[in-house]
Design a protein around this ligand. Structure first.
Ligand code: SAM
Ligand code: SF4
Length: 339
């Protein structure tokens, strides 16, 4: 049971279960240039207007408060598609200059990465996650509703050539669509020096079509990989990292599985989230969120903003509850929270 005690005085983002958030996920924009079937309907979603989106200076102010005043040590940029944000280099550069300097990473579909990789590195980015669910052109076109596999592959190569390291690849498997590809994807990633991680599909689609029986589980993923590779548990402690890592064929190659549904890692969660319209969320699955944009635009001080953020984290639930009978999907889909 959570403690009913009042929140103790602490500069950090703590909750009633003894967790401390040090990892901030920032969604820079809700729009996307793909329409992955499990993430967005073909026609897209009602996008935020320009005035609803946080501006670059507003984002930088909030990130500064989080890093300077509340112990955030890692900032991960996502969306929507973060590479669609014109002022991305300025946001990255301002974040890289903070003191203490946070770790920075970016999750992208890679469509325009070939053009942008060098600029991202110049702005201070050192690592990247690229989402790629299939290596087959026809499947990619079907799954993302855009025929752009070649762009993602050249984006991955450009990221490596620009010196981003590690280059991680994120894959979601869908039954009957791409669930026969895990070993091919792993071979491709090992050959090219990318670190592959599979992510169990979560109930965060706007269509509310997620079906547990259709989800490809960690066990299934590992079984399929073992038809071609030997896997041994990675000797390094996982810490608060969501991915369970495996050494492939004795190493040094690895593969990770983020099994948020079948093996929830909520007890060691260290995340807080900022949406592109300026609300903070303490969990992907939270039913409530705290607006920071309103106070920001009506003159709140940094200390007042920080207190609102701390209050939001104090309300964090023990777990996401996906496996509970009364689980209710949050109103915002993944693309509007920031995956
Ligand atoms: N557009 C960027 C991209 O695709 O990498 C960033 C945003 S996207 C929402 C971030 C990650 O979330 C992607 O790897 C995507 O595959 C994953 N994702 C989207 N919907 C998901 C779901 N319902 N369950 C698990 N992962 C999901
Ligand atoms: Fe866009 Fe990423 Fe969602 Fe695909 S998963 S539609 S690339 S936000």
């Amino acid at each position: 049971m959570p403690s009913k005690a009042a929140r103790p005085s602490d500069a950090g983002l703590i909750d009633r279960f003894g967790r401390r958030a040090t990892d901030l996920r920032v969604s820079l924009i809700d729009k996307c240039n793909l329409r992955c079937t499990y993430c967005m309907p073909a026609e897209g979603l009602p996008w935020l207007s320009r005035s609803e989106l946080l501006s670059g200076p507003e984002l930088i102010r909030l990130i500064t408060i989080a890093v300077r005043d509340m112990g955030i040590a890692e900032v991960r940029f996502t969306g929507g598609e973060p590479l669609l944000r014109q002022d991305l280099p300025e946001i990255l550069a301002a974040t890289a200059k903070l003191n203490p300097a946070p770790e920075m990473s970016l999750t992208t579909n890679g469509i325009t990465l070939a053009k942008q990789a060098a600029d991202l590195v110049a702005a201070g980015l050192t690592r990247i996650n690229v989402s790629l669910d299939t290596l087959r052109q026809d499947r990619f076109a079907e799954l993302t509703r855009r025929d752009r596999l070649a762009d993602v592959l050249s984006g991955l190569k450009a990221a490596k050539d620009a010196g981003l390291s590690p280059v991680k690849v994120n894959t979601v498997l869908l039954r009957g669509i791409n669930d026969d590809e895990p070993a091919d994807l792993l071979e491709f990633c090992l050959e090219n020096g990318y670190q592959l991680r599979f992510i169990e599909q979560m109930p965060l689609d706007p269509q509310h079509g997620w079906d547990r029986t259709q989800m490809i589980t960690e066990t299934e993923i590992l079984d399929r990989l073992r038809t071609r590779f030997q896997l041994a548990p990675h000797p390094e402690d996982r810490g608060s990292a969501p991915a369970q890592r495996w050494l492939v064929d004795g190493g040094p190659g690895t593969v990770g599985v983020i099994s948020s549904v079948t093996e929830p890692f909520c007890a060691s969660c260290d995340r807080t989230r900022l949406t592109a319209d300026g609300t903070v969320r303490n969990c992907l699955f939270a039913q409530t969120e705290t607006d920071l944009r309103g106070p920001l635009r009506s003159g709140a001080t940094d200390a007042e903003i920080a207190e609102l953020w701390r209050g939001n984290m104090w309300q964090k639930a023990a777990g996401h509850g996906i496996n509970d009978r009364d689980f209710a999907q949050p109103e915002r889909p993944m693309s509007a929270i920031g995956g």
